[in-house]
Write a protein that binds this ligand. Structure first.
Ligand SMILES: CC(C)(COP(=O)(O)OP(=O)(O)OC[C@H]1O[C@@H](n2cnc3c(N)ncnc32)[C@H](O)[C@@H]1OP(=O)(O)O)[C@@H](O)C(=O)NCCC(=O)NCCS
Length: 149
């Protein structure tokens, strides 16, 4: 297990999260794509995981509706996977959401994103739904986790 520093990225640090995104996802996106996605969203939380000074992962969420936080997007650099970095990002996001009064977190992934399915089940999410995503021609798995007893 690697001990990461988990930091909250403000607007100045958002480009670091975007750089991480672009190193792992296609098509590449500009910072403006993220800013556009955040428009009208309440409680946007962007987290960056660093090992030493090196950014190795990001985790982005926002309010979906009152009481429910939504984990939108996140990834960890391939060379440091399976060292507990996503678990630390998820725990930080969950603690933040709980502190801000949310009762549930939801996230989604495509059926072919098996690493994330394993991860989500491991960190305590329930599978609450599945729907066909015609954009990606794949099933989308919907996960939720209760934050309060
Ligand atoms: C999914 C992802 C974020 C996991 O990040 P990570 O830092 O490697 O995850 P962790 O090390 O914190 O894993 C915690 C636990 O989740 C499970 N897990 C994580 N990756 C797994 C894999 N590839 N296969 C099986 N189980 C896995 C394990 O139980 C793991 O604990 P263990 O290593 O002690 O067995 C990472 O693989 C990733 O970025 N994938 C590509 C992007 C992606 O799919 N994003 C999600 C859709 S937006």
């Amino acid at each position: 297990m690697a001990q990461a520093d988990i930091i909250i990225a403000d607007e100045k640090l958002l480009p670091q999260a975007v750089e991480l995104y672009n190193s792992m996802f296609r098509p590449k996106r500009e910072v403006d794509f993220f800013k556009r996605r955040f428009l009208g969203r309440y409680n946007v939380l962007t987290l960056i995981a660093r090992l030493g000074e090196v950014p190795v992962g990001f985790w982005i969420g926002f309010e979906l509706k009152p009481g429910m936080f939504y984990h939108w997007l996140g990834a960890v650099k391939p060379d440091v996977r399976r060292s507990g970095i996503a678990r630390q990002l998820q725990e930080a996001q969950q603690a933040w959401a709980k502190d801000h009064g949310y009762e549930h977190i939801r996230c989604e992934c495509l059926n072919h994103q098996r690493e994330f399915i394993h991860f989500a089940v491991e960190v305590g999410y329930d599978i609450v739904g599945i729907r066909w995503d015609s954009t990606h021609a794949d099933n989308l798995i919907v996960f939720e986790k209760h934050l309060v007893e």
